[in-house]
Design a protein around this ligand. Structure first.
Ligand SMILES: [Zn+2]
Length: 108
């Protein structure tokens, strides 16, 4: 997979919730607990991108806010979401949706 295809898969996974966030893993019966590993709230895509206090600094550096509203999310570009996701490092150790390789081995 090329790097751009990898990025598209990553953004699609984040924005649809079909990715390695615990809420989705619970629905898929891969994990039993939908809680965020960082703060114990349910780990939805919205929680990850907009709310989780663990990533407040990343939001601040990218957008000047420590949490995002629904309106803020609507104004983010695909590039913004991609940058946020990479800066958090949340998926570095995991797998991309629909693939069997760790992120670090994709597109090199
Ligand atoms: Zn959290």
């Amino acid at each position: 997979m090329s790097r751009s295809r990898t990025n598209i898969a990553l953004v699609a996974g984040i924005t649809t919730g079909h990715c390695l966030l615990y809420r989705h893993l619970t629905v898929m019966r891969i994990a039993e607990d939908p809680s965020c590993p960082e703060c114990d709230e349910m780990e939805t895509s919205f929680h990850f991108i907009a709310e989780c206090p663990m990533y407040a600094m990343v939001r601040w550096e990218l957008q000047g806010k420590d949490s995002f509203s629904v309106e803020d999310l609507a104004n983010l570009s695909i590039g913004d979401i991609l940058r946020f996701t990479k800066e958090t490092g949340r998926f570095q150790a995991g797998m991309l949706p629909g693939t069997s390789k760790p992120v670090s081995q994709q597109g090199e």
